[in-house]
Design a protein around this ligand. Structure first.
Ligand code: 6R9
Length: 647
């Protein structure tokens, strides 16, 4: 039914757009038939110390995968995001900050941002940070976090931002993996009226990992925190000692810009490595075109900077384009479900960008919260992070967009650096639930699970990409082999996304979700293996298997099958203890929703857990269990069905 619904671009969107339908078709064609010519032209959007002469040098051939863009180019990301705007828009607001508590706000102009970034960069230098060093950032949603990221970029240090909701164990793992000697943090963060003890988490993490020499602490709440003499320094004291003059470091286009850890289907989170030139060309171009951004507009992306969406569409993309970007410290539901809409009106937001999970939660709270606000400045609504159900899309369009805004559903990943499939506003008609058509340079293909290329337009299978684009990740930090194996070994010659998809008769892409063991909980990626290893670390647990199941608000919920050690009692107390345990081991986003006691797990005779069956039971889809005859003990399935959890 929903596939029949098509929204043509509005007259306003057509009048506003940078790229109309004909231009999209022609430019897309050029971008894939002459990538060198196309991207050499696009590279001109940045200021280079040395403009590149070599544009694309990439191969997806297993096992020799290698990705280089603009490889003889030299530039600096912070210069492109700040300095080059100073003449024209030094006094324009670069970042608007809206605090967690209504009534708290702040802002910096491009000139003020320049001063703050230079000063922060000098603090890093004075504390021994050099080009190429890894700097961990574990900070809340405050302006200083964007400043810290840009300060790293200014001196060529490689930042690794860790989302403020992650646990001490998760911090320790990430700090150890990239060998970071310095951590930038804050005393505490604020979110939804609650205090987040960031410094305390760092202190605990540092009892589990060595090598960190300095911790620089920004004062946010001002509450007392432990300061370890010789290791911990207050940012404001360090900043008072240095000048605000710090020339940008000339960087090769392929020098690392940042590492961002993300969950995969196996093992520990991977350090996704992005480099300088390609990432910024791609991030700034997608920001401009997917949102049809124009000078003077206020752009708000509600993501946390700890995720890729925050990197590309709060910080780097908008600032490279000289935009005014809004950073929000709070949550959609605090103090009530009208918070987003108040902020849109207060700061006259033109482009608003959030996640399906937030839309569904707000929809659940009732349309009246959005209906009270006219939001006359709003022009475009973005959604990202997980598949959006057509009902939520239509609600968003009607109650937030008042049937006059373009809805842009953008599919992409931490690994892709920027949008990959998304409607060009004013050029591509939208269909609720479909991310629509590929961005310039992106060649999606649909493969059968066995790897056969589906050449007909209408097709279903797994989503892979045929050739490289500039925003693509270059490697897994410190483990290139893992990069090659994870993304290029299963379907030779392609980048495998891990997502399933359908392509309809109009060539529109409909992402159906992950086909691997990655969960997407409220738009946050989580490996089932991570949750399983947290569970089995509990002394009473002998075995655990984790799958996703459909959840009204979160998209996917976390369903755990747990086998206890012999003699342990399966009580409700133990159930809540295990939930708290996982929450503490990984972070609140990993808290199990449902735990089912499983005396036995369905295993093949070779001992492999048959997740397909576990998924079906969790989904309450018993009719489709498929062949269970290869199980070592088929009777465990009856027990699993009989004891399925609902709440
Ligand atoms: C940007 C981001 C990536 C995974 C991706 C897919 C899902 C993201 C989506 C979407 C359907 C969209 N995803 N956007 N699914 N429609 N518009 O979210 O990166 O955290 O790495 O997650 O999220 O499953 O593979 P990341």
């Amino acid at each position: 039914m929903s596939e029949q619904l098509i929204f043509q671009p509005s007259a306003a969107a057509i009048a506003h757009t940078h790229i109309n339908a004909e231009q999209y078709a022609a430019l897309y064609e050029r971008s894939v038939s002459d990538p060198d010519g196309f991207w050499a032209e696009q590279a001109k959007r940045l200021d280079w110390v040395t403009f590149p002469t070599k544009i694309k040098n990439t191969t997806f051939e297993y096992p020799d995968v290698s990705i280089k863009w603009f490889e003889d180019g030299v530039l600096n990301v912070s210069y492109n995001c700040i300095d080059r705007h100073l003449d024209k828009r030094g006094d324009q607001v670069a970042i608007i900050w809206e605090g967690d508590a209504p009534g708290t706000q702040d802002q910096v102009t491009y000139r003020q941002l320049h001063e703050r970034v230079c000063r922060y960069a000098n603090v890093l230098k004075a504390n021994g940070v050099q080009k190429g060093d890894r700097v961990t950032i574990y900070m809340p949603m405050v302006i200083d976090t964007a400043v810290a990221m840009l300060a790293c970029a200014r001196i060529g240090a490689v930042h690794s931002v860790i989302f403020g909701g992650f646990s001490p164990d998760s911090i320790a793992g990430r700090v150890g993996d990239c060998g970071s000697k310095i951590i930038l943090t804050a005393d505490e963060g604020r979110r939804g009226g609650k205090i987040i003890p960031l410094k305390k988490a760092v202190d605990e993490a540092l009892t589990k990992v060595g090598g960190v020499e300095k911790v620089i602490v920004v004062k946010v709440t001002g509450n007392a925190v432990n300061m370890e003499p010789g290791r911990d320094l207050w940012y404001h004291e360090e900043a008072a000692k240095v000048s605000a003059d710090c020339p940008p470091e000339p960087m090769n286009a392929e020098d690392p810009l940042f590492i961002l850890y993300t969950s995969g289907s196996t093992g520990k989170p991977k350090g996704v490595l992005h480099t300088t030139g390609g990432y910024l060309v791609y991030g700034s171009l997608t920001h401009q075109l997917s949102f049809d951004y124009r000078d003077g507009e206020v752009f708000w992306c509600t993501a946390d900077v700890g995720w890729i969406t925050g990197h590309t569409y709060i910080v780097y993309g908008p600032l490279a384009n000289g935009a005014t970007t809004l950073m929000f410290e709070g949550v959609p539901s605090y103090p009530d479900a009208s918070r987003f809409w108040q902020v849109v009106e207060k700061h006259k937001v033109n482009i608003f960008h959030t996640a399906p999970t937030a839309i569904r939660a707000l929809m659940g709270a009732g349309a009246e919260y959005a209906d009270k606000y006219d939001m006359p400045t709003l022009r475009l609504l973005g959604t990202v992070g997980e598949p959006i159900n057509p009902e939520a899309w239509l609600w968003y369009s009607k109650h937030v967009g008042k049937d006059r805004c373009t809805v842009v559903d953008a599919w992409w990943q931490t690994e892709t650096g920027g949008h990959m499939i998304a409607p060009f506003p004013g050029a591509i008609p939208t269909k609720p639930g479909s991310a629509t058509k590929p961005f310039f340079g992106v060649q999606p293909v649909v493969l059968s699970p066995e790897g056969k290329l589906q050449e007909q337009t209408k097709a279903e299978g797994v989503l892979a990409i045929k050739d490289s684009w500039p925003g693509q990740m270059r490697s897994v930090y410190g483990d290139h082999q893992r990069f090659v194996e994870t993304y290029f070994s299963q379907y030779k010659g392609y980048y495998f996304t891990g997502d399933g998809c359908r392509r309809d008769e109009d060539g529109y892409y409909w992402i159906t979700g992950r086909v691997d063991d990655v969960l997407n909980v409220s738009g946050h990626r989580l490996g089932t293996a991570e949750v399983e290893s947290a569970l089995v670390a509990h002394p009473k647990v002998s075995e655990a298997a984790v799958v996703g199941y459909p959840h009204d608000i979160k998209g996917q919920g976390i369903y755990c099958y747990v086998t206890l050690m012999a003699g342990e009692q399966s009580t409700d107390e133990l159930r809540s203890e295990l939930k708290t345990w996982v929450r503490k081991e990984i972070g609140p986003i990993a808290t199990p929703d449902l735990i089912q006691w499983a005396p036995g797990l369905p295993k093949t005779r070779s001992g492999k857990i048959m997740r397909r069956i576990l998924r079906k039971v969790a989904e309450n889809d018993f009719g489709a269990l498929g062949d269970t005859s290869t199980l070592a003990d088929p009777t465990v399935v009856d027990d699993l069905i009989a004891n399925r959890q609902n709440k």
